[in-house]
Design a protein around this ligand. Structure first.
Ligand SMILES: Cc1cc2nc3c(=O)[nH]c(=O)nc-3n(C[C@H](O)[C@H](O)[C@H](O)COP(=O)(O)OP(=O)(O)OC[C@H]3O[C@@H](n4cnc5c(N)ncnc54)[C@H](O)[C@@H]3O)c2cc1C
Length: 334
């Protein structure tokens, strides 16, 4: 007898499944392998200082801690490695930003996240154009999302807990507990599609830059785990299903002009849809009427940072009846 059906084996569904299995639950994960999934193109960056103001995102310390516990345990159990620490060079885009970095260096709250500065000449020697220099972010991480999902899939198949199948909305699933982790496809879910989601398509370009550093000026260049580096990304709220575009490629190249690409062939160019929300917090919890239907979605552009943290909260809610964090609880819209 299955305790929970999980719909979707992207990052959200897979992490949810393993947290429930770890707590002794029997799960069945359904994934239809639909195109445009966010996890299929995600570069897995965990950035502790975000936006032009370099703010630490909400609950970042808790998220980093939960990531360390969750991903390390998966690595040990599955004999694989997919979560690594990366010094992330934040290339300043304005004098104001450079000044704030310096100010932050005096504040003990930021000691965990900053590790000095480099000037433009030092970057020049590494082949990087950074007119205002940059700061080195400590405690940035990168998940090899495809490797994690492959290892998760192998494990779930071995315990007969994964089916390549679509969830059938017409069937009455009244007795089964179902957790929907469908990413932006929630827009087709009759029970949850009315919630304030704000999906955004994003593109990623693989490049042969010859530079083995993680760099960001808002857009990013990240070394690949196996071969090419990746650069991105773009935001498009309209043409969700268009796939990669010439315009997106040009936008990425323009934004990442801190790297001088020697070769202009791009081994891969992909596009996926983030399932963001209007208030930028995930939406997790139980349906107000159908108490057997649950939602775990809305992780936007920061799923790698937040999914293990919220999966733990969701598991405590499902198994121990603990309250969900108010900023993410679905009931904030009721
Ligand atoms: C270009 C790009 C770059 C990104 N980079 C980063 C990054 O560096 N760091 C970061 O933290 N986040 C990043 N993200 C965001 C991150 O990818 C998402 O937060 C995360 O992957 C969301 O995972 P998910 O499981 O909710 O959705 P998805 O990955 O979209 O997975 C949904 C799954 O559900 C399945 N599904 C849907 N409907 C059904 C159904 N009815 N029946 C069966 N199966 C179904 C689909 O096949 C799919 O596998 C990026 C996103 C994009 C687009």
């Amino acid at each position: 007898m299955t305790d929970f059906i999980i719909v979707g084996h992207g990052l959200a569904g897979s992490v949810m499944a393993h947290q429930l299995i770890e707590r002794g639950q029997k799960v069945l994960v359904l994934d239809a392998g639909l195109p445009h999934s966010a996890s299929a193109v995600s570069v897995g960056l965990v950035n502790p200082l975000i936006g032009p103001k370099l703010n630490p995102p909400f609950m970042i310390r808790d998220c980093l801690m939960e990531n360390e516990l969750f991903f390390r345990q998966c690595e040990r159990s599955w004999g694989s490695d997919f979560y690594r620490s990366i010094p992330l060079h934040r290339l300043f885009i304005s004098e104001k930003q450079k000044k704030s970095w310096k100010e932050m260096e005096k504040n003990p709250d930021f000691f965990l996240f900053q590790n000095g500065q480099l000037n433009s000449d030092q970057y020049q020697k590494m082949g990087i154009q950074a007119r205002l220099g940059g700061g080195i972010t400590k405690n940035a991480w990168q998940l090899d999302v495809s490797r994690f999902l492959k290892a998760s899939k192998d494990y779930l198949i071995a315990i007969k807990a994964l089916k390549n199948s679509s969830f059938e909305f017409k069937r009455k699933e009244n007795l089964q507990k179902v957790i929907f982790c469908e990413g932006f496809r929630v827009l087709e879910n009759p029970w949850f599609k009315g919630l304030p989601f704000a999906p955004a398509r994003g593109e990623v370009l693989s490049v042969q830059s010859g530079i083995n550093l993680a760099l960001s000026n808002g857009s990013w260049h990240l070394p690949g785990f196996a071969d090419y580096a990746h650069m991105g990304s773009t935001w498009d709220h309209q043409n969700l299903l268009s796939g990669p575009t010439e315009r997106g490629k040009q936008e990425i190249l323009d934004k990442c002009n801190f790297v001088d690409l020697k070769k202009s062939d791009f081994p891969q160019h992909s596009s996926g849809v983030r399932s963001g929300t209007k208030d930028r917090h995930p939406i997790i919890g139980v349906h107000p009427v159908h108490k057997n239907l649950f939602l775990f979605n809305g992780f936007g552009s920061r799923g790698t940072s937040t999914i293990p943290h919220y999966a733990k909260k969701m598991t405590d809610f499902l198994l121990k009846n603990k309250s969900l964090p108010s900023e993410a609880n679905l009931n904030r819209f009721i």
